[in-house]
Design a protein around this ligand. Sequence first.
Ligand code: ADP
Ligand code: MG
Length: 580
Amino acid sequence: MNAFEALGLNEHLVQAVADLGFEKPSEIQEKAIPVLLSGTTDFIGLAQTGTGKTAAFGLPLLQLIDPTQRHAQALVVCPTRELCLQITNDLEKFKKHSKNIFTEAVYGGASITMQIRNLKKGVQIVVATPGRLIDLIERKAIDLQKVKYVVLDEADEMLNMGFRDDIDFVLKNTINRESIWLFSATMPPEVRAISRNYMETPKEVTVGKKNSGNVNIDHQYFVVPQQHRYEALKRLIDFNPGMYGIIFTRTKIDAQEISERLAKSGYEIEALHGDLTQQQRDKVMGRFRTKSLQLLIATDVAARGIDVDGVTHVINFELPDDMEVYTHRSGRTGRAGKTGICLSICHSRETFKIKSLERMINAQFHKVDVPSGKDVCRKQFFHFMDTLMQADVSSGDYETYMPDLMEKFASVSKEEVLQRVASLEFNHFLKYYENAEDLNRSDIRGDRRQPSTGGDARDGSRKERTDFNRRDNGYTRLFINLGTKDGFYKASFLQFILDESNLKKEVLGKIDMRDMNSWIEIDKAEAGRMITAIDGKRYNNRTIRMNEADGGFKRPNDEGSGGGRERKRTYAPKERRSFR
Ligand code: ADP
Ligand code: MG
């Protein structure tokens, strides 16, 4: 007998999971499905992300629904719109062979009238985010009286996000329910409280160690000074050419700024955060899912519960404040039995958090050095060689061109051809990383707990500055959001920026114009003047944006705290002198 059938699932569902290629139930499915199929037992399922919780509750739900009754019989409550859509999507697949079962996703940010209309059609399973659900209840668009099953998915997340009152409201108003099924990756006291207040002797199942991380995930961390975070991020991306990853930031501003900067440098990246319209979010998620985006940068709220297949890396641009959030972030990779890597960029003052994380998820973290510029180049090079060797030449009509190619390259050695091919691909990398600084120096300047090494640190910071100067050869690159589409050609563009800034042509280096934006090399000493003169001006009803393209990444609050530290350091000796 098929293993899913053995759990008590009907043939339609068994067929559907077979169609999905599920060979055997995951542990949580094995333990949850038989209990849930009874329909009357309250249930708590604790399992890390990626263990198949959706099917664990989705399959029993689909079996318990009475298709002849066209009203809401089950309510699945989950924290975000993305998750809501994902669950509905999964249910859709699970019920492929089951007849007359209707599901509807209801969430904020989309037309409520449309959702109300759809609900009226006689939906039996409603998948909802808490806010919108309450809205619908208050508008009497959904009748909870006949709801038999309430599923709380990612319960810990919903509580983290402040949905406690909403959940209370839903549980208080589903008085005829027969059971509550709660799923969570972790078991904080607030989740415990729900079970105490609303559940009757729930059956609790824990898969793996409680609060444990996924064993398929390799946790690594990098200690870098605050001002090198962005550069370190870039290196980690460059060092992993096949990366399909999600980067987490604490704030929307960070997500937005970093994505813009990386996109400008040519990375396929987009940000996902609460300020986007739903349509924009869908678009970003769609592109990421189909892998036309290599990187997604997201805030915790926006990325909660996202199940995207094959994410190879999760990067923490900063460690989260709340340690449990780490489990959720890292759980975006290493899903469905695959392995994944979670990289965290931390400041030396954050390393104590690593210890508590190790305890919490019961896994070891590996301290790794940020790769050097050379390492990155080497890695990219090997990746390129692999790509070159794996290029598919079977389909094109290359035979036709071969004689010409052979003739053209007759006098050129293989070495030279390879060199040229490589240079096409690599010049920008080699240039960017030549003289790249070592990012691993710890930021001892700001770290008052290590006063004895203060001398080294100062040497270090001096070295950093000289490296930096050497790297940009006196020029810095500016980004501007004007390009050929604005009706410029190179000469008129040059004229425009020089006129606006009152600078001489001699201060400029290379100008690189694209459709929508351009890059300008400029004497480092004059860059500020040009930005001040041009940034914020209007051109053809558009606000011009101009900023440094490759400089050290400064977040607004870095400026404050970094400056503060700097000041203290310079004042200290003076103070001491005046005391003498
Ligand atoms: P969770 O909710 O626990 O984080 P999901 O339900 O999103 O996890 O499932 C994670 C992934 O594992 C999904 O892509 C899902 O299709 C897949 N999956 C679930 N159950 C099985 C199974 N029994 N066999 C193989 N893959 C499965
Ligand atoms: Mg889930």
